[in-house]
Design a protein around this ligand. Structure first.
Ligand code: MN
Length: 362
C-alpha cells in the first residue's frame, strides 16, 4: 500500500533496466457504478452473498485499505499516474473492476454500464496514450449486445482486449448462449481477460463460512473452474484462435496439467457425463496454446519459473493488480528473477505488447 516510500524508476526513465514494465491486470471503477453498487447494498432484499461479502465490506468500511482502494479505483488521472511513477510502471492495461456489470439482473442496465465505463476509460486512454491502454467491458447478460460492444471498443476506442469478470449471475461462458462473445473476440484477434469474481450463490457457502471467498482462495477456485468449463465445453474447438488471459498465474491450473489430461481422457472414455465430450486436443494443449497467464498478486519466483517452464516463457506476463495490490517489494522481487535480459524484456514488456497488440517500445 505504501507506494511512495521509495520511487522505482520506470524503464522509460532508466534505459539500463532494459525493459518497460507493462502491468496487465489493473482495475478501475466509474463513480456512477460505485453509487449503483451502494444503492444495491442499501436497498436490502436478496443481495448476492459474494457481492455482499466483498463490496459490502469495501463500500461500508472506514478502514484505511478500503478507502485507499476505492479512491484509486475511481481515478483515471493524477493519483493513478503518481502510483505508477512511484512503482516503476510504464503502462497499465486497465479494466473494469469485478463484478463490473455482471452483478445486474437486468441486461439493459448492465449493457448501459458497460458503455459508460468504456467511454470513460477511452477518454483517459486518449488523454494518456503513453501510459494507459484499456480493455472493453461488456455485459454478457445480452451476448449479442456484448459482441457489438467488443467491436465498438476495438474499432472506435482502440481497446486492446476484453474484460470478463468471471461468472454472470451464476452462468458461465461455457454455455453456448454466450458464444457470440467468443466469436467477436476471435474475429478481431483480441484477447479476453477472464478475471475473478466472488463465487455465485450456488458454490459460495463453505468458502464464505471460513472467510475464504475472496482473493485468499475463493477467487481462484471459481475462476479456475470457469476456465476449465470453457475448455471442456469444446469452446476452443469451435473457436480455435480464441485467446484468453487469466491472472494469478492461472488460478492454480498450471499445477494440475498432468492430472487434468489423465482424468479428462479417462472420463471421456468411460462416457460418464453427457457434458464431457471428446475434445480435439488435450486439456493441457488448450491451456498452453489458447491461454496466457499474468502474475497479478503472485510475486513469487518459484511459481513464476514453474509456469514459464510448463506453459512456455512467451505465455507468462507481468501484472500488478492495482489498486488492490500496489507493493514496491513485489516489483523488486520480479525485477530480481534469475532470467536473461531478453527473458526479462519478454516477461515485463514484449509478451504483453504482442498479446495485446500494443505498439512496441512505447
Ligand atoms: Mn484483479
Amino acid at each position: 500500500m505504501a507506494a511512495h516510500d521509495a520511487t522505482i524508476l520506470r524503464g522509460k526513465e532508466d534505459p539500463a533496466l532494459g525493459y518497460l514494465r507493462i502491468a496487465t491486470e489493473e482495475a478501475f471503477c466509474p463513480p456512477e457504478l460505485v453509487r449503483m453498487w451502494q444503492e444495491m447494498l442499501a436497498g436490502g432484499g436478496d443481495i448476492d452473498p459474494g457481492f455482499e461479502s466483498l463490496m459490502g465490506f469495501y463500500l461500508r468500511s472506514t478502514a484505511d485499505r478500503p478507502k485507499y482502494i476505492f479512491e484509486r479505483l475511481q481515478d483515471l488521472g493524477s493519483l493513478r499516474l503518481e502510483d505508477m511513477d512511484a512503482t516503476g510502471i510504464d503502462r497499465q492495461v486497465i479494466s473494469l473492476t469485478a463484478p463490473g456489470t455482471q452483478i445486474f439482473g437486468d441486461a439493459a442496465t448492465a449493457t448501459s454500464v458497460a458503455t459508460l465505463a468504456n467511454d470513460q476509460l477511452a477518454a483517459a486512454c486518449r488523454a494518456h496514450p503513453d501510459r494507459f491502454s484499456g480493455l472493453t467491458a461488456i455485459a454478457p447478460q445480452d451476448p449479442h449486445a456484448a459482441a457489438e460492444e467488443i467491436r465498438r471498443g476495438h474499432d472506435q476506442h482502440g481497446f486492446c482486449g476484453v474484460i470478463v469478470n468471471s461468472h454472470t449471475n451464476g452462468e458461465y461462458l461455457s454455455d453456448p448462449r454466450f458464444w457470440p462473445v467468443f466469436e467477436a473476440a476471435e474475429a478481431l484477434d483480441t484477447p479476453i481477460y477472464l478475471h475473478p469474481n466472488t463465487a455465485p450463490r450456488s458454490m459460495i457457502g463453505p468458502l464464505l463460512e471460513a472467510g475464504l471467498d475472496g482473493a485468499i482462495y475463493g477467487f481462484a477456485v471459481e475462476t479456475g473452474m470457469h476456465l476449465l468449463r470453457i475448455v471442456t465445453s469444446g469452446a476452443f474447438d469451435r473457436f480455435p484462435r480464441l485467446k484468453l488471459v487469466v491472472g494469478h498465474l492461472g488460478e492454480a491450473l498450471p499445477f494440475w496439467l498432468y492430472r487434468l489430461d489423465y482424468m479428462h481422457a479417462a472420463t471421456v472414455r468411460a462416457q460418464r457425463y453427457a457434458s464431457m465430450k471428446p475434445l480435439q486436443r488435450r486439456v493441457s494443449d488448450y491451456l498452453r496454446e489458447n491461454v496466457w497467464y499474468t502474475t497479478s498478486g503472485m510475486a513469487w519466483e518459484p511459481v513464476i519459473q514453474f509456469c514459464r517452464q510448463v506453459l512456455g516463457a512467451d505465455r507468462v506476463l507481468y501484472a500488478m493488480d492495482y489498486p488492490y495490490e500496489c507493493v514496491p517489494a513485489e516489483v523488486h522481487a520480479q525485477d530480481a528473477m534469475a532470467l536473461s535480459p531478453a527473458e526479462m524484456k519478454g516477461f515485463f514488456q514484449s509478451n504483453a505488447e504482442k498479446l495485446f497488440g500494443l505498439p512496441a517500445d512505447s
